[in-house]
Design a protein around this ligand. Structure first.
Ligand code: ACO
Length: 402
């Protein structure tokens, strides 16, 4: 038995806070969340205003530099991003090393990590210019990386970026254009895609962002740090929830089966959870989910699939859960992932691409938070402590004596 009291005397006292539910690891000027009110602000601007009135690259500028850009600043920024959308041609060989049936998140994680091998002229974190170049490269190239992960998985040729298109349209083009066939991006789909990017752009110190900050605190290069963020985002409790949510809606299939799944979600002996419900910080409606729901109606209306079975199940499930005592008492509301999968599915993306698209959008948040940390004079290496509960000191025993 560990003598905890004497251990504390030797090591000092620590806060035990699993999941960091009440520990702040930094000051940040970027994103504010009021979980009780269901409020999300990027640099002070409400998320619904940005999603409806702004567009993703302008939001990127805002997150990175703190203010909305003037027309000239925006034009310069857009030009800088569009001049970096191509990938180093040798990266094509890198893709070819992956199995075609690999999950695109595995490919994206690997290729983003490999960027430091291809772009090592922007890995010196002490050089402000290199930090800036790495920032722009990541925002510009991650859409190409994600689109190519998709093309590779389905065995189609890679489609190179089109810099005459806006950011969201270019991404849709790289995913859905096929050589020898005309492909024109529908402006409503492009707008919906852009909104998805904006709604996912940053969310203060969530698991993947904290991972990026922790990796960055050791002064690892920015590409390595963002790859760490991609890896963390993949889990179904975080960014992987959008894939898991649509798969759940499909498994439910018809509204009459909803009570069965609600009962499972409440059963403490069943590990099943309602995907797309609940959030560590929001104890009210996730403001992103509201905008996402409107977008889902718009996109499905355009495509003439308002009677999409997953949407029907989602709407009914939301209604039932919001009136259910269990969900009310635990303050479990739909989160951003609840409707995003329905939109992406209607656009033609397979569920395996949902989380890479989240990673694409979150790249700007990760890099903005990474820059803020690196530029903070009090930044220290992240090094949580522990409360040791293992064996006390004992002598090694030779194998014959065990
Ligand atoms: N379905 C059923 N019960 C739930 C759900 C859910 N989706 N979410 C939480 N609960 C219950 C838990 O069982 C727990 O009950 P208990 O108090 O009786 O033990 C209580 O609500 C609190 O849950 P925690 O897991 O302690 O809350 P935490 O803040 O750690 O987790 C999380 C938040 C991971 C998002 C959780 O709500 C969840 O697993 N949701 C489903 C996955 C999901 O949608 N993730 C996306 C998050 S948003 C994002 O990353 C973009």
């Amino acid at each position: 038995v560990i003598d905890v009291a004497s251990l504390y005397k030797k090591t000092g006292r620590f806060t035990y806070d699993p999941g960091f539910t009440s520990t702040a690891a930094c000051f940040s000027d970027i994103t504010f969340i009021d979980g009780d009110k269901g409020e999300l602000l990027y640099r002070g601007y409400p998320i619904d205003q940005l999603a409806k009135q702004s567009h993703f690259l302008e939001v990127c500028y805002l997150l990175l530099y703190g203010e909305l850009p003037t027309a000239q600043q925006l034009e310069d920024f857009e030009n800088r991003v569009t001049s970096h959308t191509m990938l180093h041609e040798q990266m094509v060989n890198f893709y070819r090393g992956f199995r075609r049936d690999a999950h695109p998140m595995a490919v994206v994680c690997g290729v983003v990590g490999a960027m430091s091998a291809f772009y090592h002229d922007s890995t010196d974190i002490n050089d402000a210019w290199q930090r800036e170049v790495a920032t722009v490269r990541l925002i510009a190239k991650v859409p190409t990386i994600c689109a190519w992960a998709y093309k590779y998985a389905i065995g189609q040729p890679f489609v190179y970026p089109r810099n005459d298109l806006d950011y969201a349209s270019n991404f849709l083009h790289m995913c859905f254009a096929v050589p020898c066939e005309d492909y024109v991006v529908d402006p409503i789909l492009s707008r919906a895609m852009d909104r998805i990017f904006t709604l996912h752009a940053d969310h203060e110190q969530n698991a993947s962002t904290s991972t990026v900050r922790l990796a960055g605190s050791s002064h690892a290069n920015p590409f390595a740090c963002i790859a760490a963020g991609v890896a963390c985002l993949w889990g179904p409790a975080h960014g992987g929830a959008n894939q898991a949510c649509l798969e759940m809606l499909r498994e439910i299939g018809t509204p009459d089966r909803i009570p069965e799944f609600i009962a499972r979600a409440k059963d403490k002996n069943d590990p099943f959870r309602l995907m797309g419900f609940g959030h560590r910080v929001y104890k009210n409606f996730d403001p992103r989910a509201k905008v996402m729901k409107e977008s889902a109606d718009e996109v499905l209306g355009l495509l003439g699939v308002e009677d999409n079975p997953a949407l029907q199940v989602a709407k009914e499930l939301e209604k039932i859960a919001l009136e259910d005592e269990y969900f009310i008492s635990k303050k479990l509301y739909p989160n951003v992932d609840f409707y995003s999968g329905i939109i992406l599915d209607a656009m033609g993306f397979p569920t395996s691409m949902f989380t890479p698209i989240f990673a694409l959008a979150r790249t700007v948040g990760w890099i903005a938070q990474w820059k803020e940390m690196i530029e903070d004079p009090v930044q220290k290496i992240g090094r949580p402590r522990q409360l040791y509960t293992g064996a006390t000191a004992r002598d090694y025993v030779e194998v014959e004596g065990r």
